[in-house]
Design a protein around this ligand. Structure first.
Ligand SMILES: Cc1cc2nc3c(=O)[nH]c(=O)nc-3n(C[C@H](O)[C@H](O)[C@H](O)COP(=O)(O)O)c2cc1C
Length: 119
């Protein structure tokens, strides 16, 4: 399973490049299977509030996190949501993408997904 949060469409685009039908995060979503999380970065290197709430219920099955950010925010906070999720929940930060990223990013994410999430 691939679960994502997107505000302006970049993460939705990234998720659409993967070979699996993604599920958008919602308040009530409760998962009972391993999944890969893809999120954007908010504030100054912050985890979006809805992702915080989602993880409070669902962190157990999260096998990795992919983050999108905008490198114009500066390296200390670029993709900070991914760094914080990885540190808090002790899971791998699979990839940090600038905005929509590149084909090589989608391939690396797909490979991780197949070997470490569904594999
Ligand atoms: C209010 C706001 C704050 C943001 N803060 C950060 C930030 O601290 N670090 C970062 O890397 N990107 C930051 N971004 C950029 C987004 O994370 C980035 O554009 C991302 O690709 C958005 O994904 P989405 O289109 O799926 O919502 C911010 C964007 C907005 C609108």
């Amino acid at each position: 399973m691939i679960v994502y949060a997107s505000r302006t469409g970049n993460v939705r685009y990234i998720a659409s490049k993967l070979n699996t039908e993604p599920i958008e995060i919602s308040e009530e979503l409760m998962l009972d299977k391993p999944y890969l999380l893809i999120t954007y970065t908010d504030g100054l290197g912050e985890i979006p509030a809805k992702v915080v709430r989602f993880l409070e219920q669902n962190a157990n099955f999260c096998k990795g996190v992919v983050v999108s950010g905008n490198s114009n925010f500066g390296h200390t906070v670029f993709g900070g949501a991914g760094d914080k999720i990885a540190a808090t929940y002790q899971i791998p930060l699979v990839r940090k993408l600038d905005l929509r990223g590149y084909q090589a990013d989608y391939e690396a994410i797909q490979k991780f997904y197949e070997t470490r999430v569904t594999g």
